[in-house]
Design a protein around this ligand. Structure first.
Ligand code: SF4
Ligand code: MG
Length: 337
């Protein structure tokens, strides 16, 4: 399979300035050393609780920010260090669908103007050609063409998300990051939007990064899943391997809270309740980031940050339980302590 996206050791640290002198007092390590690939045509799910850095990761990969360090290759082009003006040429192939379509649709622009804006910026097409493309996009996302001259406030949340998706598709992107695209929608229409995203992916050969806190939804849509905790990927695996056989204690805890469609699994898995709060990303614990809450914590976990390693083909995790240093390693089928 061809890699469309290749991220290595991506860091996104934000300086904290406090006090009268506004002295630099440290960094919020929102994203702290992520490495992953996304293959052409697949969906990589990124899951984790709010504040784990998953949205920052998405925005950093699209270079909506200047990153702190690391490399990001998209379709063979290294964009990690490019200036915003140099990125312009790459913008058409990478797009984003945001959580709250209301917040990113200009209320004073018509639907046609919103969907057509990327065409204004990146093409020199005639008005007629643009309008033809806008209609085509409206058809593709299931919006009636008669809506073209209306304003966003006239639409439901689901329709507004369709407008956002049409706009993201305007320039024929290859790669789309969906950041909680259905979290703001009524449950009754979430499935419609997810089905639309899947249908568009098949039809247009799109590659997705799908960011969500909803593990059931990610199980439905993703081919592979990365789990983030406190700015790091703690585990990444093919979807079925991750849900059936999570290796990292944090993944085990997250999944233990999700009802399993398979009753035999449901009966086996006990809910793991994590104690304490997620530490601040400006002051992560020494050693493993999860050591303050991990039910399986060992002495070494407070000292050494576990290496992120491939433990089975395509199954990566960062945990001392599976390293030589971490005693004997836990049996892979043991899901609860
Ligand atoms: Fe838990 Fe230690 Fe593994 Fe971290 S390295 S997840 S603290 S067992
Ligand atoms: Mg978020």
């Amino acid at each position: 399979r061809r890699k469309l996206v290749e991220v290595r050791d991506l860091k996104m640290h934000f300086p904290i300035n406090t006090g009268i002198l506004r002295r630099h007092t440290g960094n919020i390590k929102a994203v702290d050393g992520l490495s992953f690939d996304i293959y052409e045509g697949e969906t990589l799910g990124i899951v984790g609780e709010s504040g784990c850095g998953k949205s920052t990761c998405g925005r950093a990969v699209l270079r909506l920010y200047d990153i702190t360090s690391g490399t990001i290759k998209i379709d063979g082009v290294e964009i990690g260090g490019k200036s915003q003006s140099a990125l312009r040429k790459m913008r058409p192939i990478m797009q984003m669908v945001f959580q709250d379509p209301q917040a990113c649709l200009n209320p004073r622009m018509t639907v046609a103007a919103i969907i057509g804006e990327p065409l204004d910026e990146h093409t020199d097409w005639s008005k007629a050609k643009k309008l033809e493309r806008i209609y085509e996009l409206m058809d593709a996302v299931g919006l009636n063409r008669s809506f073209a001259n209306r304003y966003p406030h006239a639409f439901s949340g689901g329709q507004r998300q369709r407008i956002g998706i049409a706009r993201a598709l305007a320039l024929n992107p290859k790669f789309i990051i969906c950041d909680e695209p259905i979290a703001a929608l009524d449950v009754s229409i979430q499935a419609q939007v997810v089905n639309l995203l899947e249908e568009l992916q098949d039809r247009l050969g799109l590659t997705y990064m799908f960011i969500s806190h909803d593990l059931s939804m990610v199980r439905h849509i993703a081919d592979r899943v990365a789990v983030m905790y406190l700015g790091k990927i703690v585990e990444l695996a093919p979807r079925d391997a991750l849900y059936a056989d999570p290796l990292h204690p944090y993944t085990q805890a997250l999944l233990s809270a999700v009802p399993d469609p398979d009753p035999s699994v449901e009966a086996r898995v006990q809910r793991i309740i994590l104690k304490g709060d997620v530490p601040s990303p400006s002051n992560p614990p020494k050693g493993c980031n999860f050591c303050t809450r991990c039910p399986k914590v060992m002495d070494i976990c407070h000292q050494i940050d576990p290496e992120y390693r491939e433990l089975a083909p395509g199954h990566f995790a960062a945990c001392h339980l599976y390293n030589d240093a971490g005693q004997t390693g836990a049996p892979r089928t043991e899901r609860n302590q």
